[in-house]
Design a protein around this ligand. Structure first.
Ligand code: GLV
Ligand code: MN
Ligand code: MN
Length: 409
């Protein structure tokens, strides 16, 4: 029995309805009402597919099918179920849905694994609510200390533990997972770029994932009256921020090697049309396939910032996330390719310009990823779309791979 397209598209469709921005894409922030609705739906499906459900102290959801060897490490399949603001229905969700469908196939085909199969739905990969990103996987692997976790807060200063309690989750539960309990991690994700569609290839077996650094910059100036303060007497925080941000495109181009810099978040205070901005907080997202370019750019950004740090303008920078580029497991990559070839599904190797939970797991276990094409290369927007036939192909590949890995071959 192969993957059921109707079931897959129904899950995608239903989960897309758990959004805070109906008609304007998927906005599903971690521990929001929409998170709770999606969570309940995912848990319900896991139950129907015969999995034993648990949630950890980070809010990650696990559905487990026991293996025949007691206490053996699991093959974990899944992705994240949070979204960016006004994002699409596939980023993360597609990987969770494919995980659910693999579990459904194990049940339908009465597969009894030797090693356990676990389906996972991870929280806060995007960092859209608590900043940084990859919270679910970093916390699981002990890379987010309890102290740092406790300090996380959203833009309304709601701390993460209160946000969890508000939807009935228990942040005092165990967060960290012993890497010895994981045999492999598999994730299907939409490509979020144009390469597979341009090449007309269904599956990208991911070789490596870019490294990324996220900084939060606070520019502190002096508020004043927009009409009465002469231009040369101002400490305008937004003008200082704009001068820094405007230099980024050239800085990235000069660094070369596909280095990219983005400011996607900017908060202006007090945000009045006739008030000189007293404070600006903005994000910087820096990515490259090579660590050296990330480090170079971080250094240049810091120089740029210190050149604006003068007079009544004071600038503070905080690093919210740094993760170096990662290569995914060679053996898992070759199994994914072999299985794709056996199923006669066109495939190629590909690198990822987006960050993924698989990059966190790759330091602890054999991690592998497959990409399916994104229509017009679009992602992180309501137009995000992937072909259900490609989701079916991807599911069949992960199912066959999971069959092998859960048998220990
Ligand atoms: C996740 O989508 C990321 O690459 O930031
Ligand atoms: Mn994303
Ligand atoms: Mn994603």
């Amino acid at each position: 029995m192969f993957a059921n397209q109707k079931r897959i598209t129904q899950h995608i469709e239903l989960l897309s309805q758990f959004t805070a921005s109906p008609g304007e894409g998927v906005t599903r922030l971690t521990f929001s009402k929409e998170d709770l609705d999606a969570r309940n739906y995912i848990k319900e499906q896991m139950k129907q597919y015969g999995l034993t459900i648990s949630e950890d102290g980070l809010g990650n959801i696990f559905g487990k099918l026991e293996g025949t060897i007691p206490d053996a490490p699991s093959i974990i399949i899944g992705s994240h179920f949070d979204s960016v603001p006004n994002g699409g229905a596939y980023d993360g969700t597609a990987g969770v849905v494919v995980g659910l469908e693999v579990a459904a196939l194990f049940q339908e085909n009465k597969c009894q694994p030797t090693y356990p199969l676990e389906i996972i739905a991870l929280v806060e990969e995007e960092g859209s609510r608590f900043g940084g990103g990859l919270m679910g996987s970093l916390g699981m692997m002990g890379l987010l200390t309890n102290e740092d976790f406790q300090k996380l807060a959203d833009k309304d200063e709601i701390i993460v533990v209160d946000a969890m309690r508000n939807i009935g989750l228990d942040p005092s539960k165990l967060k960290q997972r012993d890497p010895k309990t994981i045999k492999a991690f598999l994730e299907l994700h939409i490509e979020q770029g144009p390469i597979l569609e341009e090449k007309n290839i269904t599956i990208g077996v991911v070789e490596a994932i870019v490294g990324l650094t996220q900084l939060e910059v606070t520019v502190q100036g002096q508020a004043g009256h927009a009409g009465t303060t002469p231009m040369n007497g101002r400490s305008d925080a937004l003008v200082a921020a704009a001068q820094i941000i405007a230099a980024f495109p050239q800085l990235a181009i000069d660094e070369g090697h596909d280095t990219v810099i983005t400011t996607g978040q900017l908060h202006v205070y007090p945000n009045g049309a006739n008030v000189i901005p007293s404070k600006v907080v903005f994000s910087i997202d820096i990515r490259s396939a090579q660590e050296v370019h990330i480090q170079n750019v971080v250094q240049k950004v810091e120089q740029l910032i210190s050149s604006q740090n003068r007079g009544n303008i004071q600038i503070f920078t905080e690093q919210l996330l740094h993760i170096s580029p990662k290569e995914l497991d060679v053996t898992v990559r070759s199994v994914l390719k072999e299985v794709s070839d056996q199923l006669a599904i066109p495939n190629c190797s590909i690198n990822s310009g987006a960050g993924h939970d698989a990059m966190v797991f790759s330091d602890f276990t054999a991690a592998g990823m497959v990409f399916i094409p994104s229509k017009n290369g679009l992602s992180h927007c309501p137009e995000e779309w992937s072909d259900p036939n490609h989701l079916v192909d991807g599911t069949n590949i992960l199912y066959q791979t999971a069959l092998r890995l859960t048998k220990g071959i």
